[in-house]
Design a binder for this molecule. Sequence first.
Ligand SMILES: Cc1ncc(COP(=O)(O)O)c(C=O)c1O
Length: 457
Amino acid sequence: MHNIDIDLIEMTLDIIKHVIHRITERNPAIGRFRSEKDLEAEVGETITPGGIGGERALHLWKTILSKATARIDHPRHLAFVPASPTRAAVMFDLVTSAASVHGAYWMEGAGGIFAENQAMKWIVSLTGLPEGAFGVFTSGGTTANLSAIVTAREHWRSRDKANADKKGIIISSSGAHSSVKAMAKVIDAEIILIDLEDKMTGGDVRKCIAQLPEDQRSRLFAVVATGGTTNAGIIDDLESIARVCKEQQLWYHVDAAYGGAALAVDAVKHLFKGIEEADSITIDPHKWLFSPYDCGAVIYRNPALAKKARAQEGSYLDIFKDKDADGFNPSDYQIQLTRRVRGLPLWFSLAMHGTDKYTAAIERGIQLAHIAAAKIKKLPYLELVREPGLSCVLFRRKGWEPADYSHWTFHNLDKGFALVAPTKWRQNKITETVTRFCFINPDTTEEDIDAILRTMA
Ligand SMILES: Cc1ncc(COP(=O)(O)O)c(C=O)c1O
């Protein structure tokens, strides 16, 4: 029998107590960043030859460091794309760490990967992709987009050897997430962004292609559409873009990192019509599927193409390919080798709650956006910029300059009350600073919305 280490037991209990407090706390402060100098002065040096002890380190985390971080799941955190992991998923994140599963290969991670894949099966079923389509959990939307466009580029090169040393080109829109541009740079592809104020359509893509000189046309390999822009929740016309991609033999990727979860909601599913024609799709469970960070997902119509594009070779990896160890190897379908089974917290939470509860929670985000829009319309000092897109609401405070929005954001944050940030909106070629709600947390209340709107009066 192992010696029972009292210190270890105490540390474990302290941490579990802290975690339980963290996920059940009512009316918590939102958390506010502090300067590095400030934190250094208060926290001091924590990495020492002898260690400072778990009790002291946990105390520093609870009393200083955690308070210098924003609670992304706070019900009045409506900036950027917030998150709201379920308590079940958070607790199972601890189990995932404790299980020490290497989630790259079936031979080592079979049980964990099997569970992840059951959750993935549900996500894939939402997209309407045909039999055979499948996906893998990634560290987030950026790496999911990267994995998809690497597959697209390799597929293009494999179709014609003459493409092997050519720099490929991707078409997307100005509404695409910054990660699409950043990842095009990573794979040294050019990206053409169609400048649009609203959704991208097949017509826009067709026109863009028609204007390309022959050299560029021959290097075009993919179109990236967006299934819910981060700024305004705008969904491109996925059906007409799919048609153009098919006609022109281009890889069709849909970045639905934020919006994809709304496929679970019947009332808005039709807005995504055409997503079932995609070659690859990004959907982030750590955004609107209530999973803790880091959890993105990339789904392929034909996963064999992803495997062909990136399966890693190495003599010490050969055993994983032995027929006795045959199974789904997540490392074949995304850019990481060693990975945690990051889909496991989602699996546990989905298994525990059932998919209906997920649908209801996502639906609530959309409902909250409509409730907020109705309230904004009634307040004389506010103006709705556009009808809500999924769970995003853009609105302006009449008479405010950009500096007023920034001041308001930091004032609410300083009070530990809310985190709502400004953004930019362009209409009729005029760009203005406005503000934005993005609803994810189903525990956000109408009172929360009222209280935030009052701070703009
Ligand atoms: C549409 C879209 N794509 C990609 C990303 C990047 O995802 P991640 O931050 O998980 O890398 C985001 C993040 O907000 C997004 O909204």
